[in-house]
Design a protein around this ligand. Structure first.
Ligand code: TRP
Length: 447
């Protein structure tokens, strides 16, 4: 077997994981979820889940990846028995579905860069503009362009493709977003926006927690790229015994800071424009934010920079999803990287075509794909991994976490017990809740 690739530098792994984590989840989904679920109330629940559920599950993925040095399907085949050896399949299915619609939404982002450069935000109505973007041939075309970029990077492999590109992309995302947030802070609506964004209404959490909790859990998994083997795959390319917990803290911390900064851009722009009505949900940054950009000074250029930042973040995430499935074909079926990437890229493009072409105003296909993958498969994947390492492969997990950690002490058992009870119970509850909700919305759509 050919020599397995590994990261070229110490920072390569961290930047790749940050690049994976920071994406549409932070800049497209996070602000609209904050808007939908009550501002700062959502933020608080989300931060708690990131720390007490996301971080422990990330360590599970890291330990499995570094221990097995294999793709997620092969990794679970190697260490699991019976049903647990099949967990990797959940990841491959999730990867196909997620990347297919992720690329479609990223294509819309590309269109909004162009619209901004032309100075055309909200011309003819922001809602109508979004409608024209999200369906038909333009949407299929930009989906194809984005997938081509993903294919192009992943085809070059770990060091020359993913690592090199994230070394450029991650610093660019941070610099652009911080610059935008600073500018947004000078806008007239900034004060009001910060008040909305930063002062949690504890009463709102108490009365809506059954909605907030599942949404925040799904968001935490999505934004940290958990539950489908990305972090298993990336850690499998780590030759050395680094301190995985320390790397995890850096990755989780940066991802959270960047999501937070995205809010510092979006809300001041929005409050400054004083829109009478905002669009919730997936259309939020496209409809409401682009309309807001159309009314502030230099809005076209600012909007173009904003959407370009989102596009870079989306690309650095999409390559990680692709790498999971590619690494599976390379490891388990001995297929060469380039043919594997090409075949998968085309297949995933095709899976996304219904989402791209969909001209329904409710974005029905997007709702179906996102419901299935994000609300169900990711949570299921995370739950199975937590169960497996928490209760069955505890020694493996502890031993692997301990490497590079001079003295893990009782933190190891704190981690294991966090997985064993709170993480598992929470994910189980969220999974059942989401499954019922998705089932309900599917029967609503198709029934
Ligand atoms: N984390 C990315 C985001 O926030 C999306 C992503 C990349 C992802 N890889 C993933 C989500 C794996 C779930 C699983 O946009």
């Amino acid at each position: 077997m050919a020599q397995r690739e590994s990261w070229a530098t110490r920072t390569g792994f961290i930047l790749a994981a940050v690049g994976s984590a920071v994406g549409l989840g932070n800049i497209w989904r996070f602000p609209y979820q904050v808007g939908e679920f009550g501002g700062a109330a959502f933020l608080v629940v989300y931060l708690l889940l990131i720390a007490f559920v996301g971080f422990p599950v990330m360590l599970v993925e890291f330990t499995i990846g570094r221990y097995t040095e294999r793709n997620p399907v092969g990794a679970l085949k190697q260490i699991g028995q019976g049903i647990s050896s099949k967990i990797g399949w959940v990841f491959v299915v999730a990867g196909f579905v997620i990347l297919s619609y992720y690329s479609v939404v990223s294509g819309w982002i590309l269109q909004y860069i162009v619209i901004g450069l032309q100075g055309n935000y909200a011309v003819g109505g922001a809602g109508a503009q979004f409608g024209a973007t999200t369906g038909g041939l333009p949407s299929v075309l930009t989906h194809a362009i984005f997938m081509a970029a993903v294919i192009g990077i992943v085809a070059f492999g770990i060091q020359d493709g993913i690592e090199l590109s994230v070394k450029l992309m991650v610093p660019a995302i941070i610099a652009l977003l911080v610059g935008l947030a600073v500018y947004a802070g000078t806008l007239s609506g900034a004060g009001e926006a910060y008040a909305y964004y930063l002062s949690p209404d504890l009463g709102a959490i108490a009365s809506n927690w059954t909605d907030i909790l599942p949404a925040a859990a799904a968001q935490a998994f999505f934004t940290l790229s958990l539950g489908m083997g990305v972090m298993i795959t990336y850690a499998s390319y780590l030759g050395e015994d680094r301190n995985l917990a320390k790397d995890g803290v850096i990755i989780v911390g940066l991802d959270t800071l960047i999501a937070f900064t995205a809010g510092l851009v979006a809300f001041p722009v929005l409050f400054t424009a004083n829109l009478t009505e905002t669009t919730d949900g997936p259309g939020f940054i496209f409809v409401s934010l682009s309309e807001a950009f159309s009314s502030i000074p230099f809005g076209g250029i600012l909007g173009a920079v904003f959407f370009a930042t989102v596009a870079i973040a989306a690309l650095s995430s999409a390559i990680s999803i692709m790498e999971v499935v590619v690494s599976y074909l390379i490891d388990e079926h001995g297929i060469g990287r380039v043919p594997a990437v090409m075949a998968l890229g085309i297949a995933i493009f095709l899976v996304g075509v219904p989402v791209a072409y969909d001209q329904s105003s409710g974005l029905v296909w997007l709702t179906v794909y996102d419901g299935l993958a994000n609300q169900i498969l990711l949570i299921l994947g995370g739950l199975l991994l937590a169960l497996y390492v928490g209760w069955f492969a505890t020694d493996l997990g502890l031993e692997e976490l301990n490497k590079g950690f001079r003295n893990l002490g009782s933190w190891g058992m704190v981690w294991i017990w966090t997985l064993r009870v709170p993480v598992i119970v929470l994910l189980l509850v969220v999974l059942l809740y989401n499954a019922t909700k998705v089932y309900g919305s599917l029967t609503g759509i198709f029934g």
